[in-house]
Write a protein that binds this ligand. Sequence first.
Ligand SMILES: [Zn+2]
Ligand SMILES: [Zn+2]
Length: 290
Amino acid sequence: MRSSRLAAHPHRGLWAAIATMHGKENAIAPALCGWFEMTVTSAPGIDTDTLGTFTGEIARAGTMVDAARAKAKLAIERTGAHLGVGSEGAFGPHPYIPFLASGQEVLVLLDAKTGHEIIVHRRTPTNFDHEVLSPAEDPAPFLNRVGFPGHAVVVRPEDTADTSLVVAKGITDLQTLRRAIREIGARSASGRVMIQTDMRAHLNPTRMAGIARTAKWLAVRAARCCPHCGRPGFGALEVERGLPCGDCGAPTRLVRAEIHGCKACDHRIRRFERSKRSRAEARWCELCNP
Ligand SMILES: [Zn+2]
Ligand SMILES: [Zn+2]
């Protein structure tokens, strides 16, 4: 079913290049090769750190999507591939669940010839975390929590505004970690250091798995073509709110339909539309329950 539907897909058999220094092609290629028989390569000689680093020496300009798009463009420029793929992640406290960290992954698939792009976002589990320690304290509880040494860590002075930025990255063994804590602690204004999870994909298997899941989502999204113009990437763009209140009939914040569409031609359809008779409970209504 999948293969027959995709036999005439516009991406079938194309060459996609990925700008990455962190082995992300290993996570992204399986979905694109499996679904579209693409040839997927990494784009050599691109320093993606110039577009922003997690540890803050270089700030990311613009949004996550801007950064991922810039990487996809670079991959095309450097290789001449038909398609460029850019990946970007962001990590922080979970927006809804207290004390839980959450990751956000973005993938951009850019068509070199038409400029048409398919963008997917996924929230992913993550080990993102940090702890402030003095060199005399035992880092073991933190290390166990974040999956060290399978997951690498970064050591820096406690005062992250410190512009001297002595940062030791990609640490995956206890001996190097102890030395980094001692040396950076000695140069830190407070005497303490901050240990953080290293979020670069090749040093963080949890993140790599999150990118692989996002790549599957990208394949699903790319597989669906616009019924009007035939470009790939047709799918959910936004939700339409305003399900009427069951008591007074005023529009509420509840979803009444999903809007699916195409970014190439602006074709739009409403999907999963609630029935004409469906109503929101009055507790969702700002008039009945302000
Ligand atoms: Zn279209
Ligand atoms: Zn009401």
